[in-house]
Design a protein around this ligand. Sequence first.
Ligand SMILES: Cc1cc2nc3c(=O)[nH]c(=O)nc-3n(C[C@H](O)[C@H](O)[C@H](O)COP(=O)(O)O)c2cc1C
Length: 445
Amino acid sequence: MADRKQMHIGLFVFPHGHLLGSWRHPDAPRRAAFDFQHFRRVAQAAEAARLDMVFLSDTVAERENQSITPQATSFEPTTLLAALATVTQKIGLVATMSSSFNEPYNVARRFASLDLISKGRIGWNLVTTSYQPEALNFNRDAHYAHADRYRRAHEFAEVVNGLWQSWDDEAFLFDQQAGRFFDPGKVRRLDHVGEHFSVRGPLNVGPSPQGRPVIVQAGSSEAGKELAAATAELVFTVQSDIDEARAFYRDLKGRMARYGRHPDELKILPGVSPFLGATSAEARARYDSLLELIPVPQALAMLSDQLGGFDLSPFDPAQPLPPIPPSNAGQTRRENILRMARDGNLSLRETAVRHAVTAGHLQVVGTPSQTADTLQHWFETEACDGFNFKPPVLPVDADAFYQGVIPELQRRGLFRREYEGSTLRSHLGLAVPRTSINASQEFSR
Ligand SMILES: Cc1cc2nc3c(=O)[nH]c(=O)nc-3n(C[C@H](O)[C@H](O)[C@H](O)COP(=O)(O)O)c2cc1C
C-alpha cells in the first residue's frame, strides 16, 4: 500500500485529441476515428502507464457545426468499450449513456453485461445531455427542460441501481448435482412505479467482481451537483481556476451527508490538458503552434453550440462577446465561458479560440516537472482527487505525459507504480457494494 494519498488519473479519449482541429496535426493518424487498432493502442498505452481508466464520451446526434471534425462520426462507445475490454486486463473502462434518451432497464443490462465481460472494470457516465438536437433523433421536437431532465435522471439512476441489486452475492450456486443454478430465494424484483418509469425487474444479468458498475456524473449545475451527491461515485468537471475548483469540491462533497454518504465515496476529477516541452519556452512554442490548427469559424460554431445554439454570426469577432441569454443547454459551460471572456478582456474571436483549445478545462503549459507541480498543488489543496487527462493531440501528447509527468508523480509518491487490484472500484479506492437478499423478498413469477 502507498503511504501517501494517491491521485486518480483517467484518460478522456477523443479519437485525435481534445484540441479542436487536432486531427489536422501532422502526427495525428488520419483515420483514427474509424480505426479500432488506434483505440486499442491508446487504451493499452494508458494501461501501461497505470491510469485508473479510459473514458469515452458520447453524443447521439451529428454536430452540424463540427462537421469537419472526426468526433462527429466515431464508434458507439459501449460497443467500443466491449472490444477494449478484450484487449486490456486492468484498466477501468467508462462510457457515457444519456438518461434522457434511453430506458433504465437497457442501460442497467448493458453496463452490467460489460462489467462481467471486463471482470469488474466498468463505469457508466450518466449524462442528461445538453446538446439540444439529440432530442430530434428520439421522437421529440425539443429537448426536455433542464429541471425535467434532471428529475428523470434521479429516477433513472434509482431504477438502474435497484436493478443492479437484483441478485444476492451468493445467489448463483452452479450446483450440477442438485440441478440448482441459482437460489430463487436470492433474487429480487424491483417493482418500481414512478413518475417516468415502471420497471418490474429483476435484471437478467448478475453481479460482477466489483459488485456493480461505478456511476459517473458530469453536470455541474445545481441540479447536476445534487444528482451527483445522491448517486455518483466519480465526477468529471470543468475547472480552470483553483479557488473555484476548491469551492466546487467542498460544495459537492458537503452535499453528500444529506444522502447518508461519506465524502470519500465520491472522487472528483477536473479535466486537464498539458502542453509539454523540455523547457518552458519549448512548451509555450508548442502551445502557440497548436493554436494555429484551430479553424476560427469552427471555434465560433463550437462556442455557439456551448451557448445553447446562440447565433454568433451577426456579431463582429473583433469585438467583445455580446450579451448571451441563458438557455436550456448546459448552465455551467455558459457561466465559465462568460467569465473567461470577461476576466481576460477577450474579443469574440479570442474567446472562441481559447475555448476551443480544451473546451474550458484547465490548461498547463510547461515542463513535466512544472506540470507535476501544478497537479500536485491542485490535488494537495483539495481542489480535486485527481484528473481527467485530456491530451491535446493523440497519441503524441499522451505518450509525452506518460514518459514525463507520470514518472515525476510516481517519484513524488503521488501516483501508483503498479495496480493493486483489477477492478475500477479498486483503482478508485471505492468499496465493493454488497447485495444481500433474504427469502422474504423472494422473486415470484
Ligand atoms: C468531462 C466531461 C464529460 C462529459 N461527457 C459528456 C458526454 O459524453 N455526453 C454528454 O451529453 N454530455 C457530457 N458532458 C456534459 C455534462 O454531462 C452535462 O450535460 C453538462 O455539463 C450540462 O449539465 P449542467 O447543466 O448540469 O452543467 C460532459 C461534461 C464533462 C465535464
